[in-house]
Design a protein around this ligand. Structure first.
Ligand SMILES: [Ca+2]
Ligand SMILES: [Ca+2]
Ligand SMILES: [Ca+2]
Length: 478
């Protein structure tokens, strides 16, 4: 609606209701085209609401002619910016106080934003309000949400939402289900202890998201080989024997998240050393998962003489036959069928921006952003092998079926922490024959690469939601 039409609309309403009773929603219609971005806003950006209990706040949007609460969550952190993870076997609510602090985070999805409305349209039961504008730096589109504060919890409208993602916690395994994906992790018994890892042993896409609901994985192969003392002691780990646990998490209506640690076991002869540790901070959303990953080396590899090779990626199963494999460096589309075509043999192994497996069975797109310090001392290569006759053990189904993975060899890593970001995208209804829909992949990459601009009051800042803060800040790691 242009300005003149808005003015006319308001004038007409004034004539209709008489002056003083105007409750026009006149504003601006949503023009933002973005659909996938998770939006994160630190409590420090919401000054008027600091110290307010969460149950006296709602996130509202004007959509389809209605002004209504939309799904959101507040994620609490300690003053040291460590996320509070109240659920799971080692879950603890310590550090959560139920009120908004500067380090807490308001989280919602861009798709839930709506039109701009006048303050008068919000209603007098709202004690304070913050208008939050979301602007696309690419095409200038805008959308709005309103954080509303109420005098007491009773005055706030009901806001019970179906979670957009479900993390299932039971003794059997760790499972997560979004609107367009379902994944399950390995459970390992090592030294008489049970470890529930976040390493996937099944993946499916439900019918409602354009998939077939069948498991498409043999397994996510995660292989680490390390040598200590210049080869005298060998450390190995794979998805069957790695120790690691998902022992703390939190489930909210917009996202669920938790920390999965994985540690290499050091043989008894050098038990005074702590094995290298990996932290996978898993943030699960409706159609994607973001994993800030930290590799933590506590000893000096030069002194200990460590060098190693790490690889991880997906080996598919025969239910994935007929699916197509692409990556940013190989866009012709390889057919996953357990047989190596001449084109597959000549794959370009350059480090890629994204990898995509898609078909009528469903879609999985993966993308990694490496720590620049890690890249400096690790040779990273991409491998794709589609050959039933060449097993890579351990595995469930002998042979490699569209097995695509990173392999990195590190020689000169210094002690310290290396932060990378792993992304899993599951765009619903993505597959359209051999049409590779790059604009959909672009939309997910844009969350981080061309972030939405957030405006509140006179301030504006880029949405940090494309790379969530790790569960524990780097300087607070044990
Ligand atoms: Ca708090
Ligand atoms: Ca093939
Ligand atoms: Ca296999």
């Amino acid at each position: 609606m242009n300005t003149r039409r808005v003015v006319l609309f308001v004038l007409l309403l004034q004539v209709w209701h008489g002056p003083g009773s105007v409750r026009a929603v006149a504003g601006e219609n949503k023009t933002l085209q973005r659909t996938v971005d998770p939006i994160e806003i630190d409590g420090s950006q919401l000054e008027a609401f600091l110290g307010k209990p969460f149950d006296q706040m709602r996130l509202l949007a004007h959509r389809g002619g209605r002004f209504e609460p939309v799904p959101y969550q507040f994620d609490e952190r300690t003053p040291e910016r460590v996320y509070v993870l109240p659920e799971g076997p080692k879950g603890s609510g310590e550090g959560a106080n139920g009120i908004l602090d500067p380090q807490d985070i308001l989280v919602f999805m861009v798709s839930d934003a709506g039109d701009k409305v006048d303050r008068a349209a919000l209603g007098s039961e709202i004690a304070e309000v913050a208008e939050i504008t979301l602007a696309d730096p690419v095409d200038g589109g805008n959308a709005w949400v309103y954080l509303a504060g109420y005098e007491d919890a009773k005055s706030a409208p009901p806001a019970a939402f179906q979670p957009k993602v479900r993390m299932v916690d039971d003794a059997d395994a760790y499972r997560v289900r979004g609107t367009s994906y379902e994944m399950q992790g390995f459970v390992n018994e090592v030294g008489g202890r049970i470890y529930r890892t976040g390493i996937n042993n099944s993946f499916s896409v439900p019918l409602s998201a354009g998939g077939m609901g069948t498991n498409l994985l043999d397994r996510m192969k995660t292989r680490v080989v390390g040598h200590l003392f210049f080869g005298a002691v060998k450390l190995t780990a794979d998805e069957n024997n790695v120790i690691g646990e998902f022992d703390q998490f939190r489930r909210g209506p917009v996202r669920g998240y938790g920390r999965n640690w994985i540690q290499l076991q050091i043989p008894v002869v050098v038990a005074h050393l702590k094995g290298p540790k990996m932290y996978l901070d898993v943030f699960c959303y409706d159609t994607f998962i973001l994993i800030p990953m930290r590799i933590h080396l506590s000893f000096n590899p030069k002194v200990v003489g460590i060098f190693g090779r790490m690889s991880y990626g997906y080996d598919m199963n025969p239910d994935a036959y007929g699916m197509l494999f692409y990556n940013s460096e190989n866009r012709e589309g390889f057919v996953i069928d357990g047989r190596t075509s001449p084109q597959e043999k000549h794959l370009n192994p350059a480090v890629d921006q994204w990898r995509c497996v898609t078909g009528p069975q469903g879609t999985m797109i993966t993308s990694s952003v490496w720590d620049p310090q890690y890249v400096k001392s690790a040779n990273i290569a991409i491998q794709y092998v589609d050959d039933l006759n060449v097993p890579v053990e351990p595995e469930g189904i002998p042979g490699q079926i569209g097995y695509h993975h990173n392999q990195s060899e590190s020689k000169g890593l210094k002690p310290g922490s290396y932060d990378s970001l792993l992304c899993w995208y599951f765009p619903p209804h993505f597959y359209q024959g051999d049409l590779l829909r790059l604009e959909v992949i672009r939309a997910y990459a844009d969350v981080r690469e061309r972030p939405v601009e957030i405006r509140i009051g006179g301030r504006s800042f880029p949405n940090p939601g494309g790379w969530p803060d790790p569960i524990v800040p780097r300087d607070k790691e044990d």
